[in-house]
Every structure is written in structure tokens, then in C-alpha cells.
Design a protein around this ligand. Sequence first.
Ligand code: SF4
Length: 316
Amino acid sequence: MLEVCNLKKHYPLRRTKLFKRPGAVKALDGVSFFIRKGESFGLVGESGCGKTTAGHTIVKLLEPTEGKIFFKGEDITTVTEDRLKRLRRELQIIFQDTAGSLNPKKTVEWILSEPLRAQRLLDRFEIERKIRESMELVGLDESFLGRYPHELSGGQKQRIGILSALILDPEMIIADEPVSALDVSIQAQILNLMNDLRQRLALTFLFISHDLNVIHFFCDRIAVMYLGEIVELADAEVLYGKPLHPYTVSLLSAIPGESKGKRIILQGDAPDPTKPPRGCPFHPRCFARIDVCTHIKPTTTEVSEGHLVNCHLYQR
Ligand code: SF4
């Protein structure tokens, strides 16, 4: 369904008197993966690792600096306005801040009708009917159509956010931290709803989250990101059963119930992305580093079918 090849998004820094060659923030630095039809693929990592930039670049909210994006075999790295409009019908995003993405001055019905009006595929009566019939998909009834966002709970806002992404009948959804702003009790309801919709509508998902429990619940395969790069990628059960990269091991060690050994506390914060460390970018925080890690960057190794690791410990 989707293939991303060596995707990069760099933000050049301003030249100043002090910094004649200021460089760039490498928010994404050579990310490659594919997602099969009907699959739910997870991107996980700490805040600032590049996972949201990846999602926004794929859905064409950001232009990539380098690399290629293929959707159903078609190169969509750069598209015309007309193709972008059609792409919006096939590839949709659910935002992290749903409350902020719903127009506070408009009713739920207006919010849901907006994407349908923009596409000009249905007349007014067909739009009204589609919206009324779609409400049951997210467990809400027609009485919500006349309400404004401030009259909805956090969970109801998220249901409307999900429905506004589904209203054009897309084939693929990019879900960017879709439950991180919700109470834990509501998170489970929304995740169950999304899982249900995934099966019912045969949707493909790119699911972005910093929460390893949420990612484990929702995803078939998972990529772990650090400083704009994928450091490990595997089937969910392989990754959680036998994590290999020291960063993945330390992340999983912090989850109650998932940890197979003692908790590993990461040393320090993630490095300044404008000055990533030489060698392996993770080496200043790595409990397993060896001499070579400080000056040579590891490359990706496939340690078993579909299990990719970017670490000197597994290089052949
Ligand atoms: Fe740690 Fe070295 Fe592997 Fe990087 S390459 S994760 S520093 S062991």
C-alpha cells in the first residue's frame, strides 16, 4: 500500500555571525519502510525522534528534502494540486490535537461536511444523508450533529475527528498520537473503536505514538525511531519478545509487564539534533556501546526475516 524510500526532512539553520556554516536539523534522516494493505504499522520513539515529521511528510503536509514516497505503486513524492485533491480521498490523517483541529465556530455537521463539499462529488442532500448514516460508525447518534466542539467531551471530539478522516472513505489512515491527549479510560475505548473500524472497513494504518503499550495493542509491525532514523524494525511479537537494539531494550524495560529483565534507565536526554554525535547517534546513552560505536555509524542488518537492526553488535 505504501513504500517510503530513504525519506529525509532537513530544516536548514539560519546563518549567523558566529555560525558561518550552521548546518540543519535532520528531523528525518533516511527513513525506509513499507506497509502492506490492511496492515497496521507503528512508528514509536521519544518526543522529537521524527515520527510525526514522517507522518506529515507522507500525507503531504510537509515537502521531503530527499527520498521517495510510493502509494499503491504510484510515486507521490511530488504531486499536482489535482492529484493531491484525489489523494486526500485515499489517504487521510487523524491528528494528535483533535480538539484544536475542529473548528470551534462550526457545528459537527458542518465540520463533517467540509471534506465532502471540497471534493464536489455529492450534492447537498447526498452529503446530509452520508453524514447521518456515518455517525453510527463512531458510536454517536444524529443528535450530536447540531453541537459545537465545546459541547463535546474529549472522547466525543476524538470520535468526530476520526469520522472526519473516514468520511471520504479512505483506504489508508495516518494516526498521529490519536489517543495521547485522552484520559486512560477513554484511550481504551477509542483504541477499540479504531481497531473495530480497521477490520470493518479494511483500513491500512500508519500509527504514530510514543506509548509502547498503545503501539503494541494496535500494530502488526513496528519501527523504533531515534534522532530521525529507524534503529529497529520487526513484527510486533518479535520486537516485544526479543528486542535487540539497546534503545528498544531500554524503552521496553520501562514498561511494567513487558520487561524481561531489570529496568534500564537511559543516561541523559536525546542529543541536540543540530549536532548529532559522531558514530552511532545513540552511543552517549547506550549501556552496551563498544569502541567502534563512538566513531563509526552502524548500518542496517537484517538479523532474521523482516527483523532489521541498526547496531554494531549485530553487524555481520
Ligand atoms: Fe549502542 Fe553501539 Fe549499538 Fe549504537 S551501535 S546502539 S552505541 S552498541
